[in-house]
Design a protein around this ligand. Structure first.
Ligand code: FES
Length: 207
C-alpha cells in the first residue's frame, strides 16, 4: 500500500461537540491515572465520526493536548491504521479487501466492478459527485465470507461482479441493503448449509 497523506486543505480549528465531550470523559475514566494515552484510538474514532469520516490535524492536536501526549504520538497512531482517514472521503467509503483469501474467492471481480461502474482504482480516489471513495485494503478479518467489501462501518460479503453491481446501484439510490452475506447464506455457515451439530440446532422459528 502506498503512503497515506494528510489533506492539503485543513480546517483552522477543531473542537469536540458537547455530546462527545461527555463521551470523552467516560472513555478516559476507564483507564488508570497516568494511562490516559490508552484512550487515543477511541478519541480518534470519535473525532472522525464527528468530522464526516476523516480526521483533521487540528483534531489530532486537540487529542494530544487532552491526553497529555506528544502530537507526533497521536499522528503515529492515526497514520498507522487505515481505519482512520487523513483526508475527506466520499459519502460511501469503500474498503475492498484483496488479500489472499478474498483474492482466491474473486476480489478481482469486485475491484473490476467498482472500476467499471464508478471509475475508481483503489487508492482514496473519489467519484466526481463525492459519493464514493475506494481504498484497496489488507485482510478485514472476515475471510470466511470472502470476498469482502466494507462500506463505511458495514461488511458486504460473498460478493461477485453482479452482486457488487447490485450493491453499488442500491447505494446510489440511497438504499442501505442488509449487511452480511449477499449470497444468501446464514452468517458464516457453510454455503451448503449446516453440516455439524445439526441435531442441536433449534427448530425453525425457535432461534
Ligand atoms: S482476506 Fe479478505 S477478509 Fe481476510
Amino acid at each position: 500500500m502506498s503512503a497515506r497523506e494528510f489533506a492539503k486543505d485543513q480546517p483552522d480549528s477543531f473542537a469536540f461537540s458537547a455530546e462527545n465531550e461527555e463521551t470523552i470523559k467516560a472513555i478516559i475514566a476507564k483507564y488508570p491515572d497516568g494511562k490516559q494515552a490508552s484512550a487515543v484510538i477511541p478519541l480518534l474514532d470519535l473525532a472522525q465520526r464527528q468530522n464526516d469520516n476523516w480526521i483533521p490535524v487540528k483534531a489530532m492536536e486537540a487529542i494530544a493536548e487532552r491526553l497529555d501526549m506528544a502530537k507526533i504520538r497521536v499522528m503515529e497512531v492515526a497514520t498507522f491504521y487505515t481505519m482512520f482517514n487523513l483526508a475527506p472521503v466520499g459519502k460511501y467509503f469503500l474498503q475492498a479487501c484483496t488479500t489472499t483469501p478474498c483474492w482466491l474467492r474473486g476480489s478481482d471481480q469486485v475491484m473490476k466492478c467498482v472500476h467499471d461502474k464508478l471509475g475508481l482504482h483503489g487508492h482514496y480516489e473519489t467519484t466526481d459527485d463525492g459519493m464514493f471513495t475506494l481504498l484497496e485494503v489488507e485482510c478485514l478479518g472476515a475471510c470466511v465470507n470472502a470476498p469482502i467489501l466494507q462500506v463505511n462501518d458495514d461488511f458486504y460479503e460473498d460478493l461477485d461482479y453482479e452482486k457488487t453491481a447490485e450493491l453499488l446501484d442500491a447505494l446510489k439510490r440511497g438504499e442501505a441493503p442488509p449487511v452480511g452475506s449477499l449470497a444468501g447464506r446464514n452468517k458464516s455457515e457453510s454455503s451448503a448449509g449446516a453440516t455439524t451439530l445439526a441435531q442441536m440446532r433449534p427448530a425453525a422459528g425457535e432461534d
